[in-house]
Write a protein that binds this ligand. Structure first.
Ligand SMILES: Cc1cc2nc3c(=O)[nH]c(=O)nc-3n(C[C@H](O)[C@H](O)[C@H](O)COP(=O)(O)OP(=O)(O)OC[C@H]3O[C@@H](n4cnc5c(N)ncnc54)[C@H](O)[C@@H]3O)c2cc1C
Length: 500
């Protein structure tokens, strides 16, 4: 087995498969190991990793209705984004998986996914009491009072329509170490004789012949090229940007795009790079009336879910509380940067705008172009959701005890009140929750727009599967990392079944 990408899902696949001593697994990871690297392992450090040497750092193309300055962070380290994210860990609601089945992903219902959730090796629990501070507790109390939503002690205890509370997080509170896929799935097993982990090794081409992958061309940290071959199967787990990028560089994708770049077409697969999904979020920023207390798991410990559409049992508006002033976008717009501040970030659980990614060059070094199409849905649903979110955040801010923590609203600023004003600000200052997905969409075996079938097999190739966020048929209503881990678990099951 060759697994390309030792990230969130790839680490799970390699770990589960190498538990069988009869299976030889080679895991190829573009970044370094995280073993012993406290900068990566300490969950609270996550923000310092963005735009660092651990980040591939992808720009977007111009977003006429959104923010063109967003830089999409993607982790370059063993464990992938689970090694530099905040590890907020939600089991998605049942209807999210119903949407997947409706999109052709037979076998991916909530009931079929639950056993995978139950066996996850990462340690998930609500933010530990020692990591909770007065600001965050006041926020939860005010959400409850202002909006009448329930307080959840554990969001994962059962499906919910709305509510507030401390997030479930995958970490070890006693040490502050993240429970990433690398820590939970690889660290205990790195001495397995049948598991080879090649770090700092970049895969840049899949060789194909007669409907099969015959090898993966890689370059190691010294710039030495070699070709890895698998006796059984290849698994692509390079993530929602780099998996389609690798396919396209290998001539697997929309034929016209590939031909225009002079890339030989190995397989015309129109869906590769299409259907780029994300969770956009905006920000309401406040100056703090007093310094924010230091206790925290990772500076975004609590949140709020709101349901506006009574016809759907799922929330349709989500907020993270940011316990630090996250001013990247507001500063650019001329707003003050407070010494002490915090914010709420309304995001769209099921956005209706989609985008795509594509190559602009046959050179593997050139980053692909990413167009998220933010706020381009024709009915304006995404825009309206952000406007509603900014208004709801103000309601919470006007309610004690949270209100006493606030000195003033910095952005959008109290003078912006109309829908048009809030929309213009909300879109100019918007950010990403860093959840790209869907670019190698899973669908029915006879769906020509799908890239993988429900067994995660690439359409038209006999021995390669994809296991990462790129296969999402639709966006999950909640943060996606748990779903990505479950995809890794499912991929391992599917491969084990097919090899027995
Ligand atoms: C800053 C940030 C915060 C986030 N916070 C949360 C959160 O709190 N909760 C949540 O649910 N989700 C969160 N997410 C999203 C979540 O982390 C991702 O959706 C998920 O981890 C993606 O997993 P993946 O397996 O698809 O890809 P990744 O985890 O990105 O794995 C891809 C791996 O492949 C490697 N790779 C890529 N290309 C190649 C190549 N050509 N050759 C070799 N190796 C390669 C990469 O180095 C990487 O290790 C966050 C993301 C970010 C960036």
């Amino acid at each position: 087995m060759v697994v390309v990408g030792g990230g969130t899902a790839g680490a799970v696949v390699a770990s589960r498969l190498s538990a069988d001593p009869g299976m030889r697994v080679c895991l190829v990871e573009g970044g370094p190991s995280d073993v012993g690297d406290d900068r990566v392992l300490q969950l609270r450090n996550w923000l310092s990793l963005l735009e660092s040497e651990y980040d591939y750092d992808y720009p977007t193309v111009e977003q006429p209705r959104g923010n063109s300055f967003i830089r999409h962070s993607r982790a370059k380290v063993l464990g992938g984004c689970s090694s530099h994210n905040t590890m907020i860990s939600f089991l998605p609601p049942p209807e999210d998986f119903r949407d997947w089945v409706d999109a052709g992903a037979q076998g991916w219902s909530y009931e079929e996914m639950l056993p995978l959730w139950q066996r996850l090796a990462v340690q998930i629990q609500p933010v530990a009491p020692k990591d909770r501070n007065g600001l965050t507790e006041a926020f939860v109390a005010s959400c409850h009072t202002a909006l009448g939503v329930p307080v959840h002690d554990d969001f994962n205890a059962e499906p919910f329509a709305d509510g507030t509370g401390f997030f479930p997080v995958a970490y070890y509170p006693e040490t502050g170490v993240r429970s990433s896929s690398s820590v939970a799935y690889l660290h205990p097993y790195l001495d397995r004789p049948n598991l080879t982990v090649l770090t700092d090794t970049w895969a840049y081409h899949l060789d194909t012949d007669g409907g099969r992958v015959t090898g993966v061309r890689v370059r190691d940290r010294d710039g030495v090229d070699s070709t890895l071959t698998a006796g059984h199967e290849y698994v692509l787990s390079a993530g929602a940007i780099d998996t389609p990028r690798l396919l396209l560089l290998s001539g697997i994708g929309p034929a016209a795009q590939l031909s225009s770049l002079g890339i030989d077409v190995a397989l015309d697969l129109p869906g590769v790079g299409e259907h780029l999904l994300d969770h956009p979020e905006s920000l309401i920023l406040w100056e703090a009336a007093r310094p924010v207390p230091p206790e925290t798991a990772m500076d975004s410990d609590a949140g709020l879910f709101v349901r506006r559409d009574a016809g759907d049992p799922r929330p349709d508006l989500m907020f993270h509380l940011y316990q630090i002033p996250f001013t990247t976008n507001t500063e650019r717009l001329g707003y003050d940067v407070p010494a002490h501040g915090f914010g709420m970030t309304p995001n769209i659980p099921r956005p209706r705008s989609h985008g795509r990614l594509w190559l602009t060059s046959a050179d593997p070094q050139v980053k692909p172009a990413l167009d998220f199409g933010y706020f381009t849905d024709p009915d304006g649903y995404d825009e309206q959701t952000i406007i509603a979110g900014l208004r709801i955040a103000r309601q919470v801010a006007a309610t004690e005890p949270f209100r006493s923590w606030i000195a003033r609203e910095i952005a959008p600023g109290p003078e912006l009140q109309t829908d048009a004003e809030l929309s213009a600000y909300g879109r100019a200052a918007h950010h990403t929750v860093y959840h790209p997905a869907g670019t190698c969409r899973m669908g029915a075996a006879d769906d020509p727009a799908a890239v993988v079938d429900p067994q995660l097999r690439v359409r038209g190739l006999a021995n390669v599967r994809i296991a990462d966020a790129s296969v999402f048929p639709t966006m999950t209503s909640v943060n996606p990392v748990v779903t990505v881990l479950m995809i890794g678990e499912r991929a391992a099951d599917l491969i084990a079944e097919s090899s027995s």
